[in-house]
Design a protein around this ligand. Structure first.
Ligand code: ASP
Length: 308
């Protein structure tokens, strides 16, 4: 079993993982016994920058008595020209039991899963998906709102380059949310009409009455030239700030996967305001990864009948 995308994950598995994540949180906070995978080693292959995702996988592993072996492109033989496939095979023969992989190429975790003997977890691949971030966001919404079904969720900004937006729109729509995407035309996927969401180019109809507002970072590292006229103009049209957030529901949740750029997708107030759950997202990221490890290592034993 692997966790490669949310699009391909059946709704029952999403529900199981959300439920398990909430259970992990309760167990950790109440100091109840947690699953232990002592003796297993997780390879953490980070070929792109990461703070939250990498540290939260390491924290989750530590809490479940898993050992980790972290490496990135700088310190590995990939710098000497070794392919992804050969790197994965090397790790496998060195006795690594599971692989967490972040890669700038969309689809890299699928290639890894084809040659690796154990579970592979996609920790963000190019512009494709970021399944554990969507599970983290789903868990946070469930905690705060008690449900996902029927909520209006506005995802704002650089949808085109965002793997977070892609995983979230699949997860949230499968769970019954009404998903709205908004951003400049140049930052919307070309086949956006086929996605399970309503598209907007103006901020206000997307924000109107929204229960959740999820802001995205401009993914400058994945952007070509000429996609936005200027950062100032982008901010004037799509920034979530004290003025624009008033269009959303009064009790809306403000979310961001991080890292955020204050002054661009946000002003300096909203991320620290009462509606922001950004720190809760960061904390929940650890419980989600504990749930994902448990689900992958225990398989059907970790499955629960759930209704969320
Ligand atoms: N941390 C998220 C990701 O890796 C979001 C971002 O970088 O903007 O996709």
């Amino acid at each position: 079993m692997h966790l490669l995308s949310i699009r391909e994950l059946p709704k029952e598995d999403i529900e199981t993982l959300l439920k398990l994540s909430l259970e992990m949180k309760t167990a950790w906070q109440k100091q109840q016994p947690l699953p232990s995978f002592a003796g297993k080693v997780v390879g953490m292959m980070f070929m792109e920058n990461s703070t939250r995702t990498r540290v939260s996988f390491e924290q989750a592993a530590r809490r479940l008595r898993l050992d980790t072996c972290t490496f990135g492109v700088m310190g590995s033989s990939m710098r000497k020209g070794e392919s992804l496939k050969d790197t994965v095979l090397t790790l496998m023969h060195e006795g690594i039991d599971a692989l967490v992989i972040r890669h700038h190429c969309s689809g890299a975790p699928y290639l890894a899963a084809r040659c690796f003997h154990g579970p592979v977890i996609n920790a963000g691949d190019g512009m494709h998906e970021h399944p554990t971030q969507a599970l983290t966001d789903g868990m946070t919404i469930l905690e705060r709102k008690g449900k996902i079904n029927g909520l209006k969720v506005a995802i704002v900004g650089d949808v085109l380059h965002s793997r977070v937006a892609r995983s979230n729109m699949w997860l949230l729509s499968k769970m019954g949310a009404d998903v709205h995407l908004v951003g400049p035309r140049t930052l919307m996927p070309r086949l956006a009409g086929r996605l399970p969401a309503t598209l907007h180019y103006d901020l206000f109809p997307a924000l109107e009455g929204a229960d959740v507002v999820m802001a995205l970072r401009l993914q400058k590292e994945r952007m070509g030239q000429g996609l936005i006229s200027s950062l100032g103009e982008y901010a004037s049209m799509y920034q979530i700030n004290q003025r624009t957030i008033r269009f959303a529901a009064e009790d809306c949740l403000v979310m961001h996967p991080g890292p955020m750029n204050r002054g661009l997708e946000f002003d300096d107030r909203v991320p620290d305001g009462p509606q922001s759950v950004i720190h809760q997202q960061v904390e929940n990221g650890v419980y989600v990864k504990m749930a994902v490890f448990t689900w992958l290592f225990e398989g059907s034993k970790a499955k629960h009948e759930v209704a969320v």
